[in-house]
Design a protein around this ligand. Structure first.
Ligand code: GLN
Length: 272
């Protein structure tokens, strides 16, 4: 069987199981099995797949068909153009979260040396991306999960960020050592009933209570204590949650000017 045929067959299997990006996932798993780049794969499509590799490839497909995400099988996920190590201890970074990065970068431009926090850092993707994009920034990352912090620290070590990125274990803001200018949070916001249905990833990184906003409701009232005057909190929430969260922010942080962007992120601007 040639590379091309194996890829096609795999894509067909994944498609039949209802996966949306069947071709792409079949490619990612094939490249992982062969240990080759995208370009290499495209140059070598007519090569014969060694039977051992074929068996290994269809073994990874079996795992995928049983519900394991491709990123856990390959151990890596790309976020904002960089590779991050992931495994079942952390949520897999989502492309939607790159919007949050874009917004943070825009805001950070008005600071010479911004202090940034990433709350519930998981794999560290947000914190590490911002530390790499903003060479003068100081970044604090927190997570309640010691296991997640291990993954995040490994990722930070890959990028040699020991000096400008520090990790703290703790619930929400409790371990944050000082006030920051920009506070990022992609906390669990999936309603409990749906979180149980998402297979593979840690429920603790997804489950946000009955309507998904329990954890943000705990975060909002304590925000002013950790945001410098004029600072900004960038929070990722689900698409139908912005109104509820905006009302909550109005109630608990009446002096904050709340901006809700149409997609994923609710942005409370906390003025002093
Ligand atoms: N965006 C993720 C999802 O829809 C949820 C991430 C989160 O809860 N922070 O699966």
């Amino acid at each position: 069987m040639k590379y091309r045929e194996a890829w096609q067959k795999a894509a067909g299997l994944l498609e039949d199981s209802g996966l949306e990006e069947a071709r792409l996932e079949a490619e990612i798993l094939l490249r992982h099995t062969l240990g080759i780049s995208r370009v290499q794969l495209h140059l070598e499509l007519e090569r014969e797949l060694h039977p051992d590799k074929e068996a290994a490839y269809f073994q990874t497909l079996k795992r995928r068909l049983e519900g394991e995400p491709s990123a856990y099988i390959t151990g890596a996920k790309e976020f904002y153009g960089r590779a991050f190590q992931v495994d079942k201890r952390v949520l897999i970074p989502r492309p939607e979260t790159e919007h949050l990065i874009e917004k943070a970068l825009r805001i950070a431009r008005s600071y010479e040396s911004p202090y940034i926090a990433d709350i519930g850092t998981g794999s560290g993707a947000i914190a590490i991306t911002l530390a790499l994009e903003l060479k003068d920034a100081y970044v604090y990352a927190t997570d309640i999960s010691a296991e997640a912090l291990e993954v995040a620290r490994n990722n930070a070590a890959e990028y040699r960020l020991e000096k400008r990125l520090m990790f703290y274990r703790g619930d929400l803001l409790e371990s944050l050592p000082e006030m920051v200018d920009i506070l990022m949070a992609n906390l669990p916001y999936v309603p409990t009933a749906e979180a149980g249905l998402l297979k593979g990833e840690p429920v603790s990184a997804l489950d946000g209570g009955a309507d998904g906003l329990d954890i943000y409701r705990r975060l909002i009232p304590v925000l002013p204590g950790k945001l410098r005057p004029g600072g900004t909190a960038l929070l990722e929430i689900g698409i139908h949650q912005s109104e509820v969260l905006a009302n909550y922010i109005k109630e608990y942080l009446p002096q904050a000017a709340v901006e809700i962007s149409p997609d994923y992120a609710g942005i409370p601007r906390v003025a002093g």
